[in-house]
Design a protein around this ligand. Structure first.
Ligand code: SD4
Length: 342
């Protein structure tokens, strides 16, 4: 009842002083009468190619879950992409360890953390979801499960990533570079940058299929040169990804520790449940991070991307240059720069 009234206040700012803290909420402007579907969105410029693979499934009436799995396979398999899957930059001890999770329209989810030697961690995450009573497998146990389920053991450390790590090892200084995504956005290649410059980027993908069902996937090699065993937000349901088929989905990229502290993607979905547009929900989640730790937030990037049940989407990041790709029947593979606090 309350929610219905809230949604009626289209385009207005509403003060929620009744619940204690004063929150300014903007509601969805002109909610569409029909769902904008099918549609797929994903983080960063490598989302363009990933969306194309997802679109091949969505445009032929396929399920959002299959679309997001196949979509993120593209960057996972790309050796030139040094932040996801094969070719990902290693941890400080030289091991490539991958994090991934997936969530479907029924609230089922699966996840792997600190998984080594498997090119497509997203598919292992899906197997965890579909074939076990668990949600998350980590480290050696995740690898053992993958091998038992027919995944091939591979060396994921490419020559380029080994070289970058050796360069970094000379100083072994762990310091996420401020606004690294801007550099990616400007299409500077990792090879042109010294040692630790390219140290994070994740693909998060959300899709709404022609039946109106939502799914999401998130996969990464995590922060480059992290401590061995470090797990980021990307495989954590609610942090790096969350999907509620009644409301929408959200995913994150950037320094995972700050996303975990704020259970970021769950927060974005819950804000959309309260009537926030996808962009406003992402913005509010970013503001939560900035408000809690302003000094840390100044020097890091975190971005959220969200898609609601009507197929509306939006993004917001701490720093400029957060790009994301959108693909539907009208605009194929359009790259959009998200809005940011700084
Ligand atoms: C992590 N969130 O491991 C990931 C890295 C990332 O853009 O998204 N970078 O913390």
């Amino acid at each position: 009842m309350y929610r219905r009234k809230f949604l009626k206040l289209t385009g207005m700012s509403v003060s929620l002083s009744a619940i204690g803290t004063k929150v300014i909420a903007k509601t969805i402007i002109n909610p569409p009468k029909q769902q904008n579907k099918p549609i797929v969105i994903s983080t960063w410029d490598f989302g363009i190619a990933a969306n194309q693979a997802a679109w091949n499934i969505l445009s032929t009436g396929g399920r959002a879950l299959d679309a997001v799995e196949q979509g993120v396979w593209v960057p996972e398999a790309d050796p030139k992409n040094q932040s996801v899957g094969y070719g990902g930059l290693p941890d400080r001890d030289g091991f490539v360890t991958l994090d991934a999770c997936i969530m479907d329209e029924f609230g089922n989810c699966g996840s792997v953390a600190a998984l080594e030697h498997i090119k497509h961690p997203i598919s292992v995450a899906r197997k965890v979801m579909e074939k076990t009573p668990h949600v998350m497998l980590a480290g050696d146990g995740a690898l053992q499960f993958a091998l038992q389920n027919g995944f091939k053991k591979e060396n994921l450390l490419t020559k380029e990533s080994a070289k970058a790590w050796e360069e970094w090892y000379k100083t072994a200084k762990y310091q996420p570079v401020v606004n690294i995504e801007n550099k990616l956005f400007d299409k500077v290649t990792p090879q042109k940058l010294p040692g630790n410059q390219y140290n994070h980027d994740t693909i998060g993908m959300l899709a709404l299929d022609s039946k109106g069902n939502l799914s999401g996937a998130c996969t990464t090699s995590g922060m480059a040169y992290k401590l061995h065993g470090r797990v980021g937000d990307s495989p954590i349901i609610g942090a790096g990804l969350y999907v509620d088929n009644e409301i929408g989905g959200a995913t994150s990229t950037g320094v995972g520790e700050e996303v975990i502290r704020n259970v970021g993607s769950f927060l974005v979905v819950e804000l959309m449940r309260q009537g926030y547009s996808p962009e406003d929900a992402c913005k509010e989640a970013v503001m939560r991070i900035i408000k809690k730790k302003p000094d840390i937030a100044k020097n890091i990037q975190v971005g959220f991307l969200a898609l609601n049940k009507m197929g509306q989407y939006g993004a917001y990041a701490i720093q400029k240059g957060f790009s994301y790709a959108v693909c539907n029947a009208q605009k194929n593979d359009l790259l959009i720069s998200g809005k940011s606090y700084y």
